[in-house]
Design a protein around this ligand. Structure first.
Ligand code: SF4
Ligand code: SF4
Ligand code: SF4
Length: 324
């Protein structure tokens, strides 16, 4: 009579045989996808940010999110990081005496943390049920809770640590910024950009935001700089500021194949919490590997084996009970 051990041996042997067949043809990563021409995004300029967190409150309000408390006194919404209930936070970099803003040594700086709306998003690539999708026109990476099965592959796949799961709910879902896509039909746009008093967060087409970012980088530190608030192409809410002491780097222009949210800073991006990423999106390679696995039937064999094992185990338990 065949035993459970024999069964498992059979599954492993057949899996190994198929795997061996697959590895004879190494996967070649597909090309990293680019931003759609009309892609929407944000430009966050850390040198203009005053840390007021109006953008954090506005994000909560328009997305109907509850407060989160990190202090003993539950009076104010005080999230320390993004979560399934906080899609946008402002983090602070601090060094030494903190005497000067946007200085790495003895200085401080702010950084906005929310979804980057990657051109070639890993969360979309990893999701097995297309609950995470990228809009072909706006490029906004949206989430459909009705499709989500709670596997959390998107959580593991995102290099920015953005999608977060509601662990406190029996029917937990993912929470993340969707660039306020639910507001576009009313002619509105990202609430964080709409309320930002200094224009540190600006909404618009990613291509226009990139031009604007490069315009700022071309200015000498301290030179007069006209700053638009709200939305590029929206009502004129501009004011005169001075150019910051920028690093000559638009974060998100190339990182990870490019993102639709772009950032400028006076302090090294890694120090303000942004990961140092290659120019190719991991989605390109991981998707190629996934497709290779499916093409060679490795995943179906493994999944079928695991399901059969669980089914057999349960049947055996029932048999045992009957025999008692
Ligand atoms: S609203 Fe603007 S200035 Fe205030 S914290 Fe947010 S990005 Fe910074
Ligand atoms: S930042 Fe993360 S969650 Fe946002 S689109 Fe990129 S991979 Fe997806
Ligand atoms: S675009 Fe909307 S959801 Fe995203 S961080 Fe800004 S306010 Fe929050």
């Amino acid at each position: 009579m065949s035993t459970r051990r024999d069964f498992l041996k059979g599954v492993l042997a057949s899996g190994a045989a198929v795997t061996a067949a697959a590895v004879t043809e190494p996967a070649v990563a597909r090309e990293t996808k680019s931003r759609p021409p009309e892609a929407l995004g944000l430009l966050f300029d850390a040198t203009l940010c005053v840390g007021c967190k109006a953008c954090v409150s506005a994000c909560k309000q328009v997305n109907n999110l509850p407060p989160e408390f990190s202090t003993a006194d539950p009076l104010w919404d005080t999230p320390l990081d993004t979560s399934a209930y906080t899609f946008n936070v402002i983090k602070m970099y601090r060094n030494g005496t903190m005497a000067a803003k946007d200085h790495e040594t003895d200085g401080f700086a702010f950084m906005k943390v929310s979804c980057m709306h990657c051109a070639d998003p890993s969360c979309v690539s990893a999701c097995p049920v297309t609950a995470m999708t990228k809009d072909p026109v706006t490029g906004v990476v949206g989430y459909d809770p009705d499709r989500c099965i709670g596997c959390r592959y998107c959580v593991a796949a995102c290099p920015f640590g953005i999608p977060k799961y509601q662990y406190d709910s029996p029917t937990g879902k993912i929470g993340k910024c969707e660039l306020c896509r639910h507001r576009y039909k009313d002619g509105k746009y990202a609430a964080c950009a709409e309320v930002c008093p200094t224009g540190a967060t600006l909404f618009g087409k990613s291509s226009d935001l990139l031009v604007e970012a490069k315009r700022r980088l071309a200015l000498k530190p301290g030179a007069p700089m006209k700053v638009q608030r709200g939305k590029i192409g929206g009502p004129d809410q501009s004011y005169e500021a001075v150019a910051g002491n920028y690093l000559q780097h638009v974060y998100g222009e190339k990182e990870y194949g490019g993102t639709q949210v772009l950032k400028l800073s006076g302090v090294t991006f890694e120090k303000v919490g942004m990961p140092d990423l290659p120019e190719n999106a991991a989605a390109a390679l991981s998707e190629t590997i996934q497709h290779t696995l499916y093409a060679n039937m490795i995943m179906p064999v493994a999944v079928l084996g695991a399901l059969t094992f669980v089914a057999k185990r349960n049947v055996k338990h029932d048999d045992d009970k009957e025999g008692n």
